[in-house]
Ligand binder design. Structure first.
Ligand code: SAM
Length: 284
């Protein structure tokens, strides 16, 4: 009998992903979900919630850079940023690299994810949780968005998939409150699933965004452990200015920001909005 241990993700009904567990660091229920942190020979440390891969040491840079630098460089002068979810700290790490950002509010429902990510995945947050500009709020993002009267230049929804606690972050009600909290040229971006596998998720978000925002679209990035093809990152803004930024202006902002990313480039930013036919067909 082999002593191999595998973590199998069954996010999709007929298509699973398994990662071999070479060492299990943590496996327990938090108040909201089952949290595991383990070592994998290809991706390094892996965080799963309810067995669904959330982020890995090896490929997190792609997702965290694209969900952060695209809206922040498109906006150009974001001061107040809101992160919904993001308990591993990867999004906060990338947001805080932008000198223009004066204040980051991060609303994470599960303190356990933050605590264990700080301990077992410090390479993800890289000190972000100790940055004076970060205000960590442990709360349901949907409740926070409904109650807040603050205005944000960029809102980043780095949530789990629409199952369990993440479900409320894919509703028209949540998006409606987000639209109210967004500044005039503000931009909201969302983790919107892998359209080849979760097309309805993108269709539903785009339907809501088309009614709430002057500009509603998505852009793509391929993250190896978000299986099934490129992931869609939802995009909404009260202004079309952000998405229409020309390459030369983007390159100037990128050079000035001195971000030193491993995936993001201004050309990749612009190209990410070029959507293949099967994704375009998912738009209402
Ligand atoms: N990059 C990952 C992905 O694409 O699936 C998401 C990573 S991050 C760990 C997802 C976070 O969303 C988790 O920490 C989870 O606790 C948080 N979350 C889920 N539902 C939430 C809610 N209603 N309010 C705030 N945070 C929530």
């Amino acid at each position: 009998m082999t002593d191999e241990v595998w973590n199998t993700e069954r996010l999709h009904g007929h298509f699973a992903q398994s990662l071999r567990v070479s060492e299990m660091y943590y496996d327990s229920e938090t108040e909201h979900q089952r949290l595991k942190v383990f070592q994998n020979g290809t991706f390094g440390r892996v965080l799963t919630l309810d067995d669904v891969v959330q982020t890995t040491e090896g490929d997190n840079f792609i997702y965290h850079e694209m969900l952060t630098h695209v809206p922040l460089l498109a906006h150009g002068a974001a001061k107040h940023v809101l992160i919904i979810g993001g308990g591993d700290g990867g999004i906060a790490r990338e947001v805080l690299k932008h000198a223009s950002v004066e204040h980051v509010t991060m609303v994470e429902i599960d303190a356990g994810v933050v605590d264990f990510s700080r301990k077992y995945l410090p390479m993800l947050s890289q000190g972000a949780f100790d940055d004076a500009r970060l205000n960590l709020v442990i709360d349901d993002g949907a409740a926070f968005m409904k109650a807040t009267r603050d205005t944000f230049d960029v809102i980043i929804v780095d949530s789990t998939d629409p199952i369990g606690p993440g479900e409320v972050l894919f509703t028209d009600t949540f998006y409606g409150h987000a639209a109210r909290a967004l500044s005039a040229e503000g931009i909201i971006v969302t983790q919107n699933g892998v359209p080849f596998m979760q097309g309805d998720e993108l269709t539903n978000t785009m339907r809501a965004f088309q009614t709430l925002f002057a500009d509603a679209s998505c852009y793509l990035a391929t993250i190896p452990t978000y299986v099934g093809g490129p992931m869609a990152l939802g995009w909404g803004s009260h202004s079309t200015k952000g998405r229409d930024i020309d390459l030369a202006k983007l390159e100037a902002r990128f050079a000035a920001a001195d971000l030193r990313p491993d995936y993001y480039t201004p050309a990749v930013h612009k190209a990410a909005f070029a959507l293949p036919g099967y994704v375009q067909k998912l738009f209402p």
